[in-house]
Design a binder for this molecule. Structure first.
Ligand SMILES: [Zn+2]
Ligand SMILES: [Zn+2]
Length: 194
């Protein structure tokens, strides 16, 4: 994930500001089984949380073709997704000297290009990343410290107008979404509740 250091920088400043500077952000290791059905209960101290965000995708494959060839094969494939799934798992450990160290690992699920089928990661705007970590902070407080700052932090999304949900539902390509494939994507639950 090319943008991980951006996430890490914003995470560090946000969590320092929130007074949770003993929490670290890491990339999700590749060997973790991310299937939703395997992770409904905490295991080994890890608790999972799905966050739904907005991002913009630009297919690197189609963009590359475009820059290396003549104008006749010009095709740029990009799309916005209101169902960009970010999966977090978090664990609080005690070190030898009794200090608590929290670890948060994250994975942004990829989506496939409708032109060439190549999968890539969406890019989040900085304010969207900040919002993501604010919601994560509320969840960490609730999950590991039993502190609730706001009543309604179970779902991370602000209330949206119905017609907007209708629009995004139509445009989400579940067959090319890793979040859908692994059972986490919010689009799955939005459709089911219809
Ligand atoms: Zn493509
Ligand atoms: Zn999806």
């Amino acid at each position: 994930m090319a943008t991980f250091h951006t996430f890490q920088r914003i995470f560090n400043s946000s969590f320092q500001f929130y007074g949770l500077s003993d929490w670290l952000l890491e990339l999700m290791p590749d060997n973790v089984n991310l299937n939703h059905s395997n992770n409904k209960q905490p295991s080994n101290g890890w608790v999972f949380r799905r966050h739904n965000a907005r991002s913009k995708f630009t297919c690197p494959n189609c963009t590359e073709l475009n820059s290396h060839s003549s104008s006749k094969s010009r095709k740029i494939s990009s799309w916005s997704s209101a169902f960009t799934t970010i999966l977090f798992r978090a664990r609080l450990d005690q070190s030898h000297n009794g200090q608590l160290i929290g670890r948060i690992q994250m994975k942004i699920f990829e989506q496939g290009c409708q032109t060439c089928n190549m999968y890539s990661t969406g890019v989040l705007e900085e304010k969207e990343i900040k919002k993501t970590f604010y919601r994560l902070y509320l969840w960490i407080l609730k999950t590991f410290y039993n502190v609730r700052l706001v009543d309604n932090d179970d779902d991370q999304d602000e209330p949206r107008r119905q017609e907007h949900i209708q629009q995004t539902k139509i445009s989400h390509d579940s067959s090319r979404c890793d979040g859908c494939r692994l059972g986490w994507c919010k689009a799955l639950y939005t459709n089911r509740n219809k």
